[in-house]
Design a protein around this ligand. Sequence first.
Ligand code: ADP
Ligand code: ADP
Ligand code: MG
Length: 457
Amino acid sequence: MFRKILVANRGEIALRVICACKDLGIRTVAVYSEADRDALHTRFADEAICIGPPRSAESYLNIASIISAAEVTDSEAIHPGYGFLSENAHFAEVCETSKLTFIGPSPGVIELMGDKDKARRKMAALGLPVVPGSGVLTSEEQAATEAERVGYPLMIKAVAGGGGRGMRIIKAPKDLPQALATAQAEAEASFGLPDIYLEKYIASPRHIEFQVMGDAYGKVIHLGERECTLQRRHQKVVEESPSLTIGSDTREEMGKKVVEALEKIGYTNAGTVEFLMDENHKLYFLEMNTRIQVEHPVTELVTGLDLVKQQIRIASGEKLPPEWDSRPLNGHAIECRICAEDPETFVPSPGRITGLYLPGGPGVRVDHSIYTEYVIPPYYDSLIAKLICHGRDREEAIQRMARALEMFVVEGIQTLLPVHEKIMADPDFRAGNFDTHFLDRYLHTTAKSDVPVESVR
Ligand code: ADP
Ligand code: ADP
Ligand code: MG
């Protein structure tokens, strides 16, 4: 097992990784930007090294600084968390050549899955149903032909897209030329790669994803699914496990296909295979995230397993324990993402937290990175806490979530707490009656928020 791990991230996920390391008796090194001197990951790691100015490009994305920090602290491995460098194949490769273990899959697999076009083709070839669509678009004429073949309405997506960005809807052929130009320019600006492709636009989908884990000995398992249908701007806001809409038959059947496909590509460590479910309850592969996911705690609560500890064990060469095979899902878990944002407009609300009470009690977990008098910097993702509740069944989990939200107090800044309270009280949410547009419609009527489905950024 490793002696010391460097955590190349910030916020709640850096703390989550530090917890896993402490539970395994491993020393930790935090890296922090000048804006994060007073952040909790900086305080709770055994050592902390400043890696640059506030801007991510100069700190949390600065590969040279992070590798140097690992070298001077004599770290043996790097955990990338999610976001930042977690899906950067080049970074994983630099770790390898610097004799540092990257806690994640191999650079080759990261690269394959980081390209949505290649990933779709590979998964289709390995037997997964994939959202109908095109390959990379090469000209306006070819795009028009492909668009006719796939059929309108369509979605243009960036092959390197992520974080809900880099996609737009095209309703009719007349909108295609303009949309192509804009999407290409945006893809180039946001992801450094202009490549775009088309996908059939699924009008009323649910988002369902499988948690997977693979070891270095060719074994891959899945740990059931999460439903992440409640989104705003294509970003998840509430997640739960199990999903209400797939039964144990579909779970087993699709889970088996996912495992077989990933064993064939030699997948190691944690990952998530995302699907869209159409109106007929048919699942289509959407993309794969080759890292730990924001919403991993709901799977931890229904399986009773520690996914981050297992990521570290796998990276150190341990086998997947046999008892992880076909683990039953126990009860129901829900996660609410508490972001520092105006609950009506979703505009970030950084600043000083003047008062704080974190809820607890049976079935409640809070993964967070905040304290009283902490000043949330304006430079990074607005996620400040995740409230995760477990119950014997969905109803008990929702009841506990409603209670915990009521007792969750953050003063001095605005948060999405009021939005989550409304969701938990909503009869359609309680009945499981929703699609990915639920929140847009819902916020239009309750909070007068103007979040068009087409908005990409
Ligand atoms: P999850 O799928 O785990 O819910 P999200 O899609 O919400 O993850 O992304 C998690 C974090 O990673 C967010 O901070 C998001 O902005 C960031 N992220 C993910 N992929 C990319 C990408 N390709 N480019 C920029 N940021 C990304
Ligand atoms: P990202 O890499 O940004 O996470 P995804 O491809 O996973 O992008 O899509 C994110 C979300 O965008 C999905 O959960 C869904 O709500 C919406 N979306 C993506 N593709 C489609 C599609 N073809 N039809 C309808 N909605 C889609
Ligand atoms: Mg996704």
